[in-house]
Ligand binder design. Structure first.
Ligand code: PLP
Length: 425
């Protein structure tokens, strides 16, 4: 779309603009391959001299339309879809880190990302240092080394619901000549656009609010196009020196602002192949069409429930940034004035067993390993998603052992409160 539209319009219309006689609804290009008239045309694609589709492991028109919608919502230059949020975070870092490199990451991140970064990427020779995102700039600075290649954090952490000071993180990253990568899954671009606060790359588990119906696992990476790779050329040889696997092409020279995302597509996706299935991209697009409506309702419901929980004498603590007494309230108002997300972290008075009994007593709100879809759900991270972490690691990740993660859906809020009330009883 040429005109600059507002987020609600982008959600519904961006990405797929049919021409005369083409389908109004984004079609599923359910094809692994694409036809050309002669071998010269195909050869130019392989040399990245022409753009076009040739094999769905690298790119597919359905995926690209959806990636373009997400990129527009985030205000980036381009995006790509991945098979999962895990793949998005892996590619986002691996695209600029290689064996012998190092990166810095907030401890307040999703458990799957925690494992990926601290265990699996270590096996690839990439080291990572965790930092407390609430520490001072001086303290966080100490984690940086000459071979540090990026800084990583989540806008709102899963499951601790800590809000990231994006401007502070961007300042630290840029002072060290590296990009800031922000996982914006929980806030979504409806509530926060990290590029406006200095982030350089945004990732998503589209499995969550973007799909919103719990139908398709997926991920996305969006490039702001703002990071100057050439100015820090010695740190990023993968982008600023010739790529032998593309006949000596240099991404920063050939693609400028699109260097990072082009490399992620042309090299990472070609070699690692975690592409999102076009069918899943189609489902994701349906979800995106109503993202602006759903996110608003998730936030309204969560605000009511957080207020209700904080008044209840069986509840020990509630962490929801929409509550004025919350330590993240000021950050949330700054970065997400329209609302944060539908996820609430809280603890009950009493033992761990009481928390489990409460969850088992819920009728409408289900225990599932998920967050951020239309149906309300609940999880005890210490027993489920984060059970591989020690109590100390749990606390470092902002996950109290008694933390219950409630993902508030878009049902009638009185019905949800009634369910919580009877389960507390
Ligand atoms: N990032 C965040 C903030 C998440 O909450 C999750 C999953 O819960 C992921 C990444 C991983 O995404 P996926 O499950 O789509 O691989």
């Amino acid at each position: 779309m040429e005109k600059k539209y507002r987020p609600e319009t982008l959600c519904v219309q961006e990405g797929w603009t049919p021409k005369k006689g083409e389908p109004r609804v984004l079609p599923i290009y359910q094809s692994t391959t694409f036809k050309y008239d002669n071998s010269e045309q195909m050869a130019r694609l392989f040399d990245l001299e022409d753009t076009g589709y040739f094999y769905t492991r690298l790119q597919n028109p359905t995926n690209d339309a959806v990636a373009a919608k997400i990129a527009a919502l985030e205000g980036g230059v381009a995006g790509m879809l991945t098979s999962s949020g895990q793949a998005a975070n892996f590619y986002a870092v691996f695209n600029i880190c290689e064996s012998g490199d190092h990166f810095v990451c907030s401890t307040a991140i999703y458990g799957g990302t925690y494992n990926l970064f601290s265990v699996t990427m270590k096996k690839l020779g990439i080291e990572m240092t965790f930092v407390d995102q609430n520490a001072s700039e001086e303290e966080i600075q100490k984690a940086f080394r000459p071979n540090t290649k990026c800084l990583f954090g989540e806008t709102i952490s899963n499951p601790g619901c800590e809000v990231l000071d994006i401007e502070k993180f961007a300042r630290i990253a840029h002072r060290n000549g590296v990009p800031l990568i922000v996982d914006n899954t929980f806030a979504t671009p409806i509530n926060c656009r990290p590029f406006e606060w200095g982030a350089d790359i945004v990732t998503h588990s589209t499995t969550k609010y973007m799909d919103g119906h719990a139908t398709a696992v997926g991920g996305a990476i969006v490039d702001s196009g703002n990071f100057d790779w050439e100015a820090n050329a010695e740190k990023f040889p993968g982008l600023t020196t010739p790529d032998a696997s593309y006949h000596g092409l240099t991404y920063s020279k050939s693609f400028g602002k699109m260097a990072y995302i082009t490399k992620a597509t042309a090299q990472m996706m070609r070699d690692l192949g975690s592409i999102q299935a076009p069918m899943n991209a189609f489902l994701l697009n349906l979800g995106l069409e109503t993202l602006h409506l759903r996110v608003k309702r998730h936030c309204e419901n969560a605000q009511r429930i957080a207020e209700w929980l904080s008044q209840n004498d069986k509840v020990a603590w509630v962490n929801y940034s929409g509550l004025p007494e919350n330590p993240y309230h000021a950050l949330a108002r700054k970065y997400m004035p329209g609302g944060s997300c539908g996820v609430i972290a809280f603890g009950l008075k009493g033992s761990r067993e009481e928390a489990i009994r409460f969850m088992d007593s819920l009728k409408l709100i289900c225990i599932v390993t998920h967050v951020a879809d239309a149906r309300s759900c609940v999880l005890h991270p210490a027993s489920h998603t984060h059970r591989q972490l020690s109590d100390e690691q749990l606390r470092e990740a902002g996950v109290a052992p008694d933390l219950i993660r409630l993902s508030v859906g878009i049902e009638n809020v009185e019905d949800l409160i009634a369910d919580i009330e009877q389960a507390l009883g």
